[in-house]
Design a protein around this ligand. Structure first.
Ligand code: GRF
Length: 196
């Protein structure tokens, strides 16, 4: 069994799609939901699907590393970031090397980095007059939006699209591709125990 932990700060529409995608699978399970906000929408999905959840305090995450114990206890093999806004600390990357994925709602390296999240991204894409945008799914390293790309999906943009409309188009592609890329990646890397 490969166990996934999803980290999310917001509504968690991607998290929900990932949970639904793997719901009936016997080889892959969403075993933990982690959020840094106690009223994040993603926690409602955790409840609805009966998945254990953890709300992080900044100190737990950056100083005393107590999140590691929870991840180990749940035998997490892969961490999936889905709208998680805190930078991943080095100790977590060292513990889960090439086992942390993220999705960014633009074609990196454009429109990435600190401060480039949510509507900021789509407003910048609109302002630049791009005719194409789309999600990038990538491995996570110590910098925002910087790791190796696993997939980029090009979504055409109409010149009259508002940033909200661009966001909706990109999100639709995220919902379709993110679970499938996770699935392929999990098949490729196997469980964490299997590698050590
Ligand atoms: C998505 O656009 C994702 O690309 C970005 O954060 C957003 C999360 O949306 N990293 P949701 O909470 O999954 O709806």
């Amino acid at each position: 069994m490969t166990n996934l932990a999803i980290f999310a700060s917001g509504g968690g529409s991607n998290a929900k799609k990932i949970i639904e995608y793997f719901e009936k699978r016997e080889d892959v399970s969403v075993a933990l939901i982690v959020s840094n906000k106690k009223n994040a929408g993603v926690l409602n999905h955790a409840k609805a699907f009966d998945i254990p959840s953890l709300v992080l305090e900044r100190e737990d995450f950056y100083q005393n590393k107590s999140v590691l114990k929870t991840l180990e206890k749940a035998r997490i093999d892969l961490i999936v970031l889905a709208g998680f806004l805190w930078l991943i600390p080095p100790y977590l990357i060292e513990t889960y090397p090439e086992r942390i994925l993220n999705i960014h709602p633009a074609l990196l390296p454009k429109y990435g980095g600190k401060g480039m999240y949510g509507m900021n991204v789509h407003k910048a894409v609109k302002k630049a007059g791009e005719t194409v945008s789309g999600p990038t799914i990538h491995l996570v390293n110590e910098k925002y939006d910087d790791g190796k790309h696993l997939l980029q999906v090009k979504v055409p943009i109409d010149k009259n699209d508002t940033p909200q409309e661009i966001a909706a188009k990109v999100l639709k592609a995220e919902h379709y591709y993110y679970p499938r890329v996770i699935d392929d990646y999990v098949q490729k890397i196997g469980t964490k125990a299997g590698t050590s």
